[in-house]
Write a protein that binds this ligand. Structure first.
Ligand code: AP5
Ligand code: ZN
Length: 215
C-alpha cells in the first residue's frame, strides 16, 4: 500500500501516521522527521537544512527529493509506505511520480487531513515530542500519563523549535506551495478528504475506513 498524507502543519499527519504504521505494518516516511534526525546527528544534510526548519521555510526540492529517493529504496519500503509531509510542491509531486514508476509502485490513496487554520495555534503550541522515540503528545488533547515523560519509553518530552508563533506563521504561509497538490491528486481520483477537527480516535477511524480497501 502506497499512501500520502497531506495537511496543514498541525493537522494531525504525524499522529495518524504513527497509528497507521502500527495497524497496517508499513513504514512511516516523514521528511520532517528525517530532517530533524539529520540535524540531531550533526550530519552534512543536517547542517544544510537546519536554518530552513528553524524558520519554517521549505527545504529546496532537490535536497528533499534526494532524501526520499534513498529512503524508498530501503528494503522495508518494499511492502509499501506512508508518506507524511512529502510531496509538498508540484515539482516534488512530479519527481515522486517518476520514482514510483521506476519502483513499480503506484499510489493507492492521498489523504487530505483538513482542518481550519484557526485550530492550529493551540495544537502546535501545546505539542510535546519524546526526545528518545519521537512519540507525539499534546498537553490538552493527548496528555502523557506523567507530565513531561513519554508513556512509551519514559523519555523526556520537548517542544519543537519551529512551534513558536513566528515559525508557525511562516509554515502556514508555505502551505500555499502545497495547495495545488490537492487538485493534482483529485483529478486522478486519488484524493480523499478527512475531517481533521474531530477527536483523534474518530479521525483515525475515518483514516482506517479510507485505507481498508488497500490493506
Ligand atoms: P514536518 O515535520 O512535516 O511538519 P509540519 O507539516 O509542519 O507538520 P507537523 O509535524 O507540525 O504537524 P502534523 O500534521 O504532523 O501534526 P501532529 O500529528 O504532530 O515539517 C517540518 C519542516 O521540515 C518544514 O517546515 C520544512 O522546513 C521541512 N520539510 C518537511 N518536509 C518537507 C518537504 N517535503 N519539502 C520541503 N521541506 C520540508 O499534531 C499536532 C498536535 O496536535 C499534536 O500535539 C497532537 O497531539 C495534536 N493533535 C493531532 N490530532 C488532533 C486532533 N484530532 N484533535 C486534537 N489534537 C490533535
Ligand atoms: Zn518515547
Amino acid at each position: 500500500m502506497q499512501v500520502i498524507l497531506i495537511g496543514l502543519p498541525g493537522a494531525g499527519k504525524g499522529t495518524q501516521a504513527a497509528k497507521i504504521q502500527a495497524e497496517f505494518g508499513i513504514p512511516h516516511v516523514s521528511t520532517g522527521d528525517m530532517f530533524r534526525q539529520a540535524i540531531a546527528s550533526g550530519s552534512d544534510l543536517g547542517r544544510q537544512v537546519k536554518a530552513y526548519l528553524d524558520s519554517g521555510r521549505l527545504v529546496p526540492d532537490e535536497t528533499t527529493v534526494a532524501v526520499v529517493r534513498d529512503r524508498l529504496q530501503k528494503p522495508d519500503a518494499e511492502k509499501g509506505f506512508l508518506l507524511d509531509g512529502f510531496p509538498r510542491t508540484v515539482p516534488q509531486a512530479r519527481a515522486l511520480d517518476d520514482l514510483l514508476q521506476e519502483l513499480g509502485k503506484p499510489l493507492d490513496r492521498v489523504l487530505y487531513i483538513h482542518v481550519d487554520p484557526s485550530v492550529l495555534k493551540e495544537r502546535l503550541t501545546g505539542r510535546r515530542i519524546c526526545r528518545s522515540c519521537g512519540a507525539t503528545y499534546h498537553v490538552k488533547f493527548q496528555p502523557p500519563k506523567v507530565e513531561g515523560v513519554c508513556d512509551v519509553c519514559g523519555g523526556e518530552l520537548y517542544q519543537r523549535p519551529d512551534d513558536t508563533e513566528e515559525a508557525v506563521a511562516t509554515r502556514l504561509e508555505q502551505f500555499k506551495q502545497t495547495e495545488p497538490l490537492i487538485a493534482y491528486y483529485e483529478e486522478r481520483g486519488l484524493l480523499k478528504r478527512i475531517d481533521g477537527e474531530q477527536p483523534i480516535e474518530k479521525v483515525h477511524e475515518d483514516v482506517v475506513a479510507a485505507l481498508a480497501p488497500f490493506k
